[in-house]
Structure formats: structure tokens, C-alpha cells
Design a protein. Sequence first.
Length: 132
Amino acid sequence: MSYLLDSHTLIWAIMDPGKLSAKVRRILEDTDNRVLVSSVSFWEISLKYSLGKLDLQGIVPEQLPKIIIQIGFELIELLPDEAATYHQLEANWHRDPFDRMLIWQAIQNKMTIISKDSHVASYKSVGLKVIW
């Protein structure tokens, strides 16, 4: 199965796995699963880091892609078609543009998103699969 990590899930997986639910830890440890990280998350993390809103505990954002690969997660890009069709995500329950794009990527690619964010979970009614 393919799972897309929300940005906070990615940060916790790297820096504080104890914040992840037991179910999420099992999913991340199961080598039969594809665990995906979007370039959108790197953009969000880099922006928050540059604004001083995110402490990466000695890691700088540009190290994250290599760390992700080392722990066995896969990197995915935001495709032009995904960006161009983003306006089709009609429901506007979440104001965070990064999360909305991750939601759209997950829906378009039939991935399950791993997120604790209740606003993300509100998109289940438009086809999003969410696990926490």
C-alpha cells in the first residue's frame, strides 16, 4: 500500500517517533508499504524553518531528502498536472495551502495520507483516505 506523509508526520518520524500512533509506527516499519514524502513537505518545512517557526534540532532542511532516502522512504515530486488541477479540490475545510496540496496529491494518486490533523481528516467525504 502507498502512504503519503503529512509534514508533521515526517518530522515526528525523524525526530520524535514517540509522537506517532502505534498504528502509524507499524505502517512505517512494514517494508511491504511504500512510504512517500512529497516535495511539497520540503517546501513547507523549509519555509517554516526560515521563519523561525520550526526547530529541526540541528538538522537543516537541505539534509532532509538524504535522510528520507536513508530511512527507506520515497521522494515524490509535485507534478504539473497535479498543480494545474488543484482548483478541483472544491472543499475548503483546511486553510493551509501545503496541507491542501498534499491532500490533492493523495487523492489524485490514490494514496492514504498519514496525518493527525483533524482538518485533513475532514476531506474523507471527497475521497481522501486518512490514517492516524
